[in-house]
Ligand binder design. Sequence first.
Ligand code: ADP
Ligand code: MG
Ligand code: MG
Ligand code: MG
Ligand code: MG
Length: 446
Amino acid sequence: MPQTKPDILSILRGEHVRFLRLQFTDILGLNKNVEVPASQFEKALDGEIMFDGSSIEGFTRIEESDMLLKPDYDTFVVFPDELEDPRRGRVARLICDVAKPDGTPFEGDPRGILKRQIERLQKLGFDNLYAGPEPEFFLFTRTPEGLPTTETHDAAGYFDLAPIDKGEEARRDMVNVLVAMGFEIEASHHEVAPGQHEIDFKYTDALKAADNITTFKFVVKRVALTHGLHATFMPKPIAGISGSGMHMHLSLFKKGENAFFDPKGQHQLSKTALHFIGGLLEHADGMVAITNPLVNSYKRLTPGYEAPTNIAWSASNRSAMIRVPARRGVGTRAELRMPDPSCNPYLALAVMIGAGLDGIEGRIEPPPPIQRNIYQMSVRDRRKHRVRELPGTLREALEALQKDRVVRNALGEHAYEHFLRAKRIEWDSYRIAVHQWELDQYLAEY
Ligand code: ADP
Ligand code: MG
Ligand code: MG
Ligand code: MG
Ligand code: MG
């Protein structure tokens, strides 16, 4: 990876790059970019490219409309030719931090918000939070006009070795492009539902993991398009079959060693791990609006599809919100299972760190792990085991967010207020819509 401006300039020249894309995300996690031609490369690398922030969701404050893009040189990559047709000129990208005209970081920039949380944990002596995401998505066909459908091509199930179909072909190309862009792919497979896929990449530090997730979503959508397919990270596109999650494997490292592992600890977990898990459980309701931000997210969080509905942890059971996989040593980790891939990965990781650090600082002991299938526990049993329910709708999630100081502090006032405002509008527009379900139930009957 090039570290210096001269390195990057010489690659840009050597590879005949014609356009440089300066990327960042809005508060909803949508990829935004400003593309500059070769004449502007130096200026771009110096962080002097300005854009109008008032047109970006969550950045909207008139007095702050001019913003600067400060590139992170470590994120430099030339797009492989499968991604951008080289006949129109080669394209490279840099992921950027957003700054105000005076050069100071913009408080509402999701990447900056995550960086602030990482700094907090580094002040406590940790190297970093390591995160391994497992994003799932659907591949659907498009109409002849190019509009997305919810139809799939395949009839294959989990891990099936079906004869190669369009979806498999597309997924293989996605993996090739991701590898060419420096991803270390650990696994790629068909998921439970028809048309559903998962690609897992190797865990890395929180900032890079969030950058990777944004890049991943962009690549998956783009490659699907070249196959005439539509890739969607919508959490529950079809009722009655599995939705798409994005489990997040998390561990803290200190002085190069996994700080979650303690061979003598309870479950061979350190106090740090237990308290971190305690914090995640404590703030799960407050966090869920960020990790599961759509009206539709809560249609995935229903019993029976390996998506959690209760706030509990387990050493093995996949119905729990946090699972601690059996691996110990360097692979010791907690798997947070409620997030879905529609979240803004920067904000999601920021609130995970905020919640986990609150657990460490407040020495929050998690309740005992639940080893049974939680879907099958009675209400009384759940109460006895201190198992709370996750918010069941976006509205409940927003109410929980409002009450959670720790999560709000992790986001910062600017992002919190803008997020809440945007999501209230989304909820209201859903609430007043008349859905097909209501017509099916009531139109004839009443
Ligand atoms: P599952 O059994 O839930 O399908 P996988 O084995 O597919 O889990 O996913 C494992 C994920 O965990 C990968 O992204 C991997 O890189 C990540 N991982 C492995 N070790 C660690 C660690 N110490 N910290 C964080 N993530 C890790
Ligand atoms: Mg997996
Ligand atoms: Mg697996
Ligand atoms: Mg999966
Ligand atoms: Mg998993």
